[in-house]
Ligand binder design. Structure first.
Ligand SMILES: NC(=O)c1ccc[n+]([C@@H]2O[C@H](COP(=O)([O-])OP(=O)(O)OC[C@H]3O[C@@H](n4cnc5c(N)ncnc54)[C@H](OP(=O)(O)O)[C@@H]3O)[C@@H](O)[C@H]2O)c1
Length: 244
């Protein structure tokens, strides 16, 4: 994927990892469109991102997804990269709640269902481009679970499964690339309360994505996640060898 000259839409680009990606990609000469639910937060981020534009909206809401996708296609037809970054997690203990199923529903809707729908809305547009990409932000949580975020990991594992299938579907069609970025603990608002202050800076995630674009490397483990990614790759390679 080229690292410059793209028009990139970043869901949840007004803070944290999304904002870091916006800054890094803008510095490389890409046009940036960011999104977030809170208009004030969005405007504040836009001050930092001179020449970027913002589209307010909640990606977990179907009507907002339809509106944002239409706005992109109509007002910003150059958009050729979407970064599905907006995500949510509840930090709680299973022993101290009676509505884990409702929390799981909210997490699954935002982190998985919304991504599938939004991608589906933009895919016909992206496929018409000479070069395009879908970037899904998953997590170290693809590889494990933790009692403090008991229903979050499954949503990212689901996102991972969808991302692999999407990539396989369009394999061989050179104009669409499907990336998955797996951040470990990152120091953002999202991870405050579960040890986020010990996490890596969001800029490191953005830097890894930029490198991956340059190398057409579609699986993008970041920091500690690399250990799990390498082990998984080795295990699958062993299975393949056994079958030969
Ligand atoms: N931080 C970590 O340790 C970590 C680790 C692995 C993966 N991740 C993943 O990385 C992604 C970004 O996390 P982050 O740490 O950067 O979070 P963050 O600092 O809390 O930022 C989240 C951003 O998304 C926006 N947002 C949240 N829900 C939204 C929605 N429904 N629709 C539109 N915008 C929404 C927020 O703005 P508004 O609140 O104004 O909407 C904000 O701009 C998430 O998918 C998360 O699961 C994070």
């Amino acid at each position: 994927m080229k690292t410059t000259g793209n028009t990139i839409f970043i869901s949840g680009g007004s803070a944290g990892i999304g904002l870091a990606i916006a800054k890094k990609m803008q510095a490389m000469g890409n046009k940036i469109i960011i999104n977030g639910r809170n208009e004030e937060r969005l405007q504040k981020a836009l001050i930092e991102l001179k020449d970027a534009v913002g589209i307010q909206g909640d990606l977990s809401v179907e009507a907002d997804r339809l509106r944002i996708a239409n706005e992109l296609k109509t007002d910003y037809p150059d958009v050729n990269v979407i970064v599905n970054n907006a995500g949510t997690a509840f930090s709680y203990l299973l022993s101290e709640t009676t509505n884990a199923h409702q929390k799981a529903l909210v997490e699954m809707n935002t982190n998985y269902i919304a991504v599938i729908h939004f991608t589906e809305l933009l895919l016909p547009h992206l496929l018409k481009k000479e070069s395009s990409a879908v970037v899904n932000i998953s997590s170290l949580a693809v590889y494990g679970s933790h009692k403090l975020v008991p229903t979050y990991g499954a949503t990212k594992a689901a996102l991972h499964s969808y991302t692999v299938a999407l990539r396989m579907t369009y394999e061989g069609q050179n104009n669409l690339q499907v990336y998955e970025v797996y951040p470990p603990m990152v120091n953002t608002d999202f991870s405050a309360g579960i040890g986020g202050e010990n996490g890596i800076p969001a800029s490191e995630v953005a830097e890894e994505l930029l490198i991956a674009f340059g190398q057409n490397k579609f699986d993008v483990p970041v920091g500690e996640t690399k250990i799990y990614a390498e082990a998984t790759e080795k295990a699958f390679a062993n299975i393949a060898r056994t079958r030969e």
